[in-house]
Design a protein around this ligand. Structure first.
Ligand code: 1GP
Length: 252
């Protein structure tokens, strides 16, 4: 529970936490040091690492490289059963509760659990919910599960509540990496008003202001990935962190 506790403390200290998603396919090993140092100096709270479809990248190598340059939590965000590594600090043990594909509700978990036990990897039970975001995302296509319609916040709220009652420690509202439209604010408001566990929001967030809107709506963890795959955007990481950390003095 060490890493979950660390996240909960960050949320309570800063008002919300900011995580950056690293896709080992997109961040070359030789750029890792510069990127991680950039994130550390900008006030990022931790890293998720993984991807729905990993083709060239090597998760283990990538985690080892990231951990050379940071003491922040490095948490696996698994896209498949192959993405269980002994080198990470924890794993989001995600159950895709918005879908009805049994493999992603319990199947893959049975395969992963013995390995997690062997590695002593902290499990963070996470109810993962795909939200319709304008076009078919990789997560939706690969998981073969339907997203929740973006104009149905009541379905999202009921699903998230079921996740909490099943014992999930986090709920992840996911637009999908590179989503055209991020998760609607109204949906975040309704979901967070029903829950007592933190809600992560990610997918298609492209500006610090948009990130802040999600936090003001009740999100307690914001994730961005795609936007910072372009080095020209790295200078904005600090602006994202500052907007998300609502308990800390904002820039004027
Ligand atoms: C994807 O929520 C994450 O799983 C981050 O999404 O890459 O669109 O920022 P982006």
């Amino acid at each position: 529970m060490k890493i979950l506790k660390n996240i909960e403390k960050t949320i309570s200290d800063k008002g919300a936490a900011y995580f950056i998603l690293i896709d080992p396919d997109k961040l070359p090993l030789e750029r890792t040091k510069t990127f991680i140092e950039y994130c550390e100096n900008a006030g990022v709270d931790g890293f998720l690492i993984g991807g729905s479809l990993m083709i060239h990248g090597n998760l283990d190598e990538s985690i080892i490289e990231v951990k050379k340059y940071t003491n922040l939590p490095v948490i696996i965000f698994p896209g498949s059963i192959n993405q269980v590594s002994k080198n990470a600090d924890a794993i989001l043990f995600i159950s895709l509760i918005s879908g009805r594909n049994a493999e992603h509700l319990i199947g893959k978990h049975v395969q992963a659990a013995p390995l997690m036990k062997k590695y002593g990897l902290e499990s963070i039970p996470t109810g993962y919910m795909l939200i319709e975001s304008g076009q078919t995302t990789t997560a939706e296509y690969i998981s073969e599960s339907k997203p929740i319609p973006r104009n149905k916040p009541e379905i999202a709220a009921a699903t998230a509540l079921a996740g909490e009652y099943l014992g999930m420690k986090l709920i992840y509202l996911e637009g999908g990496s590179g989503a055209q439209k991020s998760v609607p604010t109204e949906m975040i408001k309704l979901v967070t008003s029903q829950l007592s566990i933190p809600v992560i929001v990610g997918g298609g967030i492209k500006t610090p202001m948009e990130a802040r809107e999600k936090v003001d709506a009740g999100a307690e963890i914001i994730v961005t990935g795609n936007f910072f795959e372009y080095e020209k955007n790295w200078s904005l990481i600090k602006d994202f962190a500052d907007s998300i950390h609502k308990n800390q003095p904002q820039k004027v």
